[in-house]
Design a protein around this ligand. Structure first.
Ligand code: SF4
Ligand code: SF4
Length: 478
């Protein structure tokens, strides 16, 4: 079994009720949507320009919008059909209006011709035959399969090593791969960094309550995740890769231990089992906890020699090479106060209502619909809002109205803040629309984890104030 390094808890942070009620529900493919709405900015950086017009026929996987800027990622049609509109849509998360392409499906799912690597595809077909989705069956794989697996991994790694870094980066860029942990940072930009990177962290923490999409990806697409992580490892050439998983996902820790061994990557890849604590999975918290390093204010992990990628991103990186399938679908958990919580593989652009409708009954009168988890998510009212690359959960939650009162200066929000900020000041100044002064309090460093609001005895919606202030300061609010 590969090395497992255990890490304790960081000094701040919360122990929250986990409520991972969909953790054991296998990922199910959602039926093709009748129509999709593809927002032209669903990544960190510059928006894309549409490359299609109303009335155009499109195929699944076809690039329909792109940008010539570095910080961007192309967008693809996620179904086949006809472009019915180039329109505007409200992106409630950034509080801005973005362009969007609306496509009516033809129900055929006609794909573009995909560019895969035949040798790799062949090895993958064999790996797929041996690996099975049932974790226990796989972990009990007979010894004769083990040698066969090791040989296949050996061939896969050699095949990846034989492809140039430029070609791998080009594949990832053309596939529109972005960070799927929520940050949506274009992955090709991370891969093309000229900075010296010594550590790759694969983030499988999923520390926010309720959400189980990454956990299911690790269990059901584990070998593809590890292969994608190896591609990233090859390109950025760090000394070590850590697969970071919270200790409440013992099955994933066990599985990755075995996969690393099958792949013969024990010297390069280590598993870090982290105490389950919120917000352990936040990039900066994770780096601090594993490496003891601090990302500088206004800086990026790569400034201190670290690249962090989510497990879903690693899978998308591998798909871009093995099958040539671009990022057109992702795993979304639908959970909370609803009859049948589930994990879906869903085409990007699918209306949220399509997912909810497949999960049974819920009490519409008293349920708030949140895109994201209970700590970092945003409530939405328009259920036609589409799934984007940033969305990993739709949470239905019975609302409990608590009246906001005045700050009593208890300091709890300051004590809990993992970024050592002064949340009470954000709420106080933002309430009075004095946004500029908040730059002096490093508001841009806030990771919007919601811990401050969670502990506030005055029920002050601190994060809502922070989001408003940030959007005003970056000009989004205009
Ligand atoms: S100020 Fe930001 S980073 Fe600090 S606890 Fe509040 S939301 Fe989290
Ligand atoms: S936790 Fe709430 S009441 Fe206490 S200092 Fe912070 S904002 Fe004020």
């Amino acid at each position: 079994m590969a090395n497992i390094i255990k890490k304790g808890i960081f000094s701040k942070g919360l122990k929250l009720p986990e409520n991972k009620i969909s953790a054991s529900v296998p990922i199910k493919k959602l039926p093709l949507p009748d129509k999709v709405l593809i927002l032209l900015q669903q990544h960190f950086g510059e928006p894309c320009d549409p490359l299609v017009a109303r009335g155009n026929k499109v195929k699944t996987g076809q690039i329909i919008a792109d940008s010539d800027k570095l910080f961007s990622a192309p967008l693809h049609s996620t179904i086949s059909g006809t472009v019915t509109n180039i329109t505007k849509a409200l992106n409630p998360f950034a509080n801005n209006i973005v362009n969007a392409v609306e496509i009516a499906g033809d129900g055929e799912d006609n794909w573009i011709e995909l560019k895969s690597e035949p040798i790799i595809k062949n090895i993958c077909d064999r790996l797929n035959e041996i690996y099975i989705n049932n974790l226990n069956d796989y972990l009990n794989t007979a010894e004769d399969n083990l040698q066969s697996l090791k040989n296949l991994w050996n061939r896969l790694i050699k095949a990846i090593d034989g492809i140039s870094d430029d070609e791998l980066i080009k594949r990832v860029k053309n596939a529109g791969v972005v960070g799927l942990g929520g940050a949506t940072f274009p992955t090709h930009v991370k891969l093309a960094t000229q900075k010296k990177i010594d550590t790759l962290i694969l983030n499988g923490c999923e520390c926010e309550p309720y959400i189980t999409s990454d956990h299911r990806i690790m269990l059901e697409y584990g070998w593809q995740v590890l292969a994608g992580a190896y591609i990233i490892f090859k390109v950025i050439s760090p000394e070590t890769a850590y697969i970071a998983i919270e200790d409440n996902k013992e099955d994933a820790i066990k599985l990755f231990g075995r996969l690393i061994e099958d792949a013969g990557l024990e010297q390069k890849f280590k598993i870090v089992s982290l105490k389950s604590r919120y917000p352990m999975g936040a990039e900066k918290t994770l780096i601090k906890n594993i490496l003891g390093r601090k990302v500088p204010v206004g800086g990026l992990p790569m400034d201190i020699g670290v690249v962090v990628n989510n497990v879903g991103t690693a899978k998308a990186v591998f798909d871009s090479l093995s099958t040539g399938v671009p990022l057109i679908e992702k795993v979304v958990t639908v959970t909370g106060d609803i009859e049948k919580p589930q994990n879906f593989m869903v085409r990007i652009g699918t209306p949220v209502i399509d997912l909810i409708s497949c999960c049974g009954k819920f009490d519409a009168g008293k349920t708030k619909i949140i895109v994201g988890g209970p700590m970092m998510g945003n409530a939405i009212v328009d259920l036609n809002f589409p799934v984007t690359k940033a969305i990993n959960c739709i949470l239905l939650k019975h609302t409990v109205r608590i009246q906001e009162s005045n700050c009593i200066r208890c300091g709890r929000c300051v004590n809990i803040c993992p970024m050592n900020l002064m949340p009470l000041m954000y709420a106080a100044y933002a309430k009075n629309s004095k946004y500029e002064v908040l730059r002096d309090y490093y508001i841009s460093t806030c990771i919007e984890c919601g811990s401050c609001a969670y502990v506030c005895p005055a029920a002050i919606p601190i994060v809502a104030y922070i989001k408003t202030a940030k959007s005003v300061l970056t000009g989004y609010g205009k």
